[in-house]
Design a protein around this ligand. Structure first.
Ligand SMILES: NC(=O)c1ccc[n+]([C@@H]2O[C@H](COP(=O)([O-])OP(=O)(O)OC[C@H]3O[C@@H](n4cnc5c(N)ncnc54)[C@H](OP(=O)(O)O)[C@@H]3O)[C@@H](O)[C@H]2O)c1
Length: 333
């Protein structure tokens, strides 16, 4: 009788613990604006300050997440190369970085590099300019990229090719140059990859972009597993209030969505996203994500509960998912 009673007690205890574990986990999914590991690291992990003095190259640093990441790193004394196509915008970012560092960084510590990522043939030349300037590189953050909004069946193949050229092949090529530099010079380097929620979940109405971000996961997870002396951090922002939707690809080559951010935008701020990205880099996480409620919830369901994901997409509806992604209220037209 006693044995039966103690077994029942043990099973009840296990049952309660499992129920409690899932309840806490689901509440965390819902309340946090990042994955649970990143949340814990933001409280107990290495602070961004541990990157002080390092040389970080951020591509696509003229606006949005790249710009804000540069500013937050500058605030913590990180030396920077900021690159993109728009020189005038980069010069403004440089000044903002110098201001944010409150005298810690000097003009030479922020190197402005005008560079089109699509100029793949000259990536080696651009890389050399950064090394000539700083004599080293610690972290390459592959952030430049463009999104897409289009229905699957209408997308012209030329768009698939153009988007992959920028969001995948340019990133892979520059990273290979960096990796070879790290290996040749025995530098324990790090590569940051700005992926997206679409790198984890097949998001409706963005097939090429989703495929491109999935491709990045394929390339860089393999690099993580090949055992090179390089740390790879894949960071997946959820919907973030940047000018992203202006430059967004559609289904036709040369066309852009041209949609501006509106004042009532509900997406995560670019500053918050960049802050979480900086924590992920400082802690060399393998895979981190960020996104305002309920995006974090969708990430977890999408990654770990595929059947629930399908049910959710069906009940929630593609139109509502699009609204969430574009920062619009759910009831709006
Ligand atoms: N915002 C979001 O909701 C969101 C969500 C998930 C992931 N992301 C990812 O975050 C990254 C940054 O996006 P963002 O939201 O910050 O958008 P953004 O403000 O439009 O920034 C894009 C950056 O990429 C640069 N860029 C674009 N084409 C380029 C090219 N051919 N050569 C060099 N640089 C180029 C742009 O600079 P120039 O125009 O000066 O060249 C700009 O600095 C992207 O990889 C994107 O996929 C964004």
């Amino acid at each position: 009788m006693n044995v039966l009673f103690s077994n029942m007690f043990l099973f009840s205890l296990i049952g309660i613990c499992v129920a409690l574990y899932y309840t806490i986990q689901f509440i965390a999914f819902y309340l946090l604006d990042s994955d649970i590991e990143l949340f814990i690291l933001s409280k107990l992990g290495k602070p961004i300050d541990t990157l002080r003095g390092k040389v970080v190259w951020i591509t696509g640093a003229s606006s949005g997440i790249g710009r804000d990441l540069a500013i937050i790193l500058a605030k913590h004394g990180v030396r920077l190369c900021v690159s993109s196509r728009k020189l005038s915008e980069l010069m403004k970012v440089k000044q903002e970085c110098l201001d944010a560092s409150r005298g810690y960084l000097h003009a030479n510590d922020v190197f402005v590099l005008q560079m089109d990522m699509l100029d793949i043939e000259h990536h080696g030349k651009y890389f050399k300019q950064v090394i000539d300037h700083f004599k080293t590189l610690d972290i390459l953050v592959n952030n430049a990229g463009r999104s897409q909004r289009a229905e699957w069946h209408t997308i012209q193949l030329k768009v698939d090719r153009e988007l992959f050229e920028l969001d995948v092949f340019a990133v892979v090529n520059l990273s290979r140059i960096a990796l070879n530099y790290f290996l040749k010079n025995s530098v324990q380097g790090q590569i940051g990859v700005t992926s997206s929620i679409t790198g984890l979940v097949g998001f409706p109405n963005s097939a090429t972009y989703t495929a491109a971000k999935h491709a990045l996961h394929g390339y860089f997870e393999t690099l993580q597993n090949e055992g090179f002396c390089v740390d790879v951090t894949i960071f997946c922002p959820g919907p973030t209030a940047t000018n992203f939707l202006q430059e967004c690809f559609t289904n036709k080559p040369g066309e852009k969505i041209n949609q501006r951010t509106n004042p009532g935008d509900r997406r995560m701020t670019s500053e918050r996203c960049a802050h979480l990205y900086a924590i992920a880099l400082a802690n060399k996480t393998y895979l981190s994500w960020a996104g305002r409620c309920p995006m974090n919830f969708i990430y977890y369901i999408g990654c770990y509960y595929p059947n629930v994901k399908r049910l959710l997409i069906k009940t929630f509806g593609i139109a509502n998912l699009d609204k969430l992604r574009n920062g619009q209220p759910l009831g709006s037209n």
